[in-house]
Design a binder for this molecule. Sequence first.
Ligand code: ZN
Length: 143
Amino acid sequence: MICPYCRSEVVDGINFCPKCGGDLKNAPVVAQPVEQQVQQAPQQYTQQQYQQPQQPNMQNVLPNNSLAVPSLVCGILSLFCCGSVILGVPAIICGVMGVQNAKSGKVNNQNIGMCYAGAIMGGIATGLFVINLIIALFQSFFY
Ligand SMILES: [Zn+2]
């Protein structure tokens, strides 16, 4: 986030700005209409200021789902490569956790489809492995 007092980049979630000591917890939120007013103002200093209000909006943007890609990659490899359960189980875990994180609002929903796909492919790969294992066990017993 951006400190509204000294306009320096500070870590999200902290109470006080490390640069100027300003109270960030009770900091005034820069509203959207202010941006437009500042943009229309002809003063020179507005050049720095009118870029500023775009950044507070980024506070509302949730981080990307970091589990989506691992889940999808593990899912694809487990199903179409030779990963089987070794990658199928992580694909399910990453996929399910990714979906839960997205639903609980920790990450954005952008890649939630990749989590579902990874979990499903990992599930199929694991299921196929279990079926093959059972068949192999039966064959070893009865033939
Ligand atoms: Zn500051």
